[in-house]
Design a protein around this ligand. Structure first.
Ligand code: BEZ
Length: 183
């Protein structure tokens, strides 16, 4: 449980489209820091084992995308999806999913995930090191709520997906709001 802890300061290496580049593939590197994504914002971060994997692509990511406006009504400024995949893979996944709301963060070398204590071996699937599935509400770089799937382990044979679902997190945020409103 890391509630109240500050998230690690790292640099993420993203690729962005830049029309000023005279090239049929006008993209360039853009380094983004933890501060760029997380300072002075209250966000949902969810982190998963891999871009394009079935549960992530069929349920978790598209449902966060669909429920974005409901999160916005609960004082969430942004929704970030992180994976230990490089910027090319994450951009291709964003295009394939036609994302307008959720922002994908490439943690290609796993530095953020390792410093969060969430890096696991997935050599049983030929994946190398990846993120255990979890989500968090992060307020100005401090973890406010933590939703980690059960059974954190290397080379896990199954892929638990329950507490980090958008529906569960929305329910939790709504319950907190109702409780706060009672005082
Ligand atoms: C998934 O369905 O999301 C998944 C499948 C295999 C490995 C990791 C995740």
């Amino acid at each position: 449980m890391i509630i109240g802890k500050k998230i690690p300061d790292v640099t993420f290496h993203t690729r962005v489209r830049d029309e000023s580049i005279d090239d049929p593939n006008p993209f360039r590197w853009q380094d983004m820091t933890t501060d760029d994504y997380f300072s002075n914002k209250r966000v949902v971060l969810f982190s998963l084992p891999g871009a394009f994997t079935p549960t992530c692509s069929t349920f978790q990511l598209p449902n966060f995308e669909k429920l974005y406006s409901e999160f916005r009504q609960l004082q969430i400024d942004a929704i970030y999806c992180l994976s230990v995949n490089d910027a090319f893979v994450m951009n291709a996944w964003s295009r394939e999913q036609k994302l307008k709301n959720v922002i994908l963060i490439p943690d290609g070398s796993g530095e953020f995930t390792r410093k969060m204590g969430m890096l696991v071996y997935k050599d049983n699937l030929g994946f190398g090191m990846r993120s255990w599935r979890y989500a968090a509400i992060i307020n100005d770089k401090i973890v406010e709520k933590w939703f980690e799937e059960e059974g954190f382990s290397d080379n896990c044979n199954n892929d638990p997906y329950f507490v980090s679902s958008p529906q569960n997190i929305l329910k939790n945020l709504q319950e907190t709001k109702e409780k706060d409103g009672m005082h």
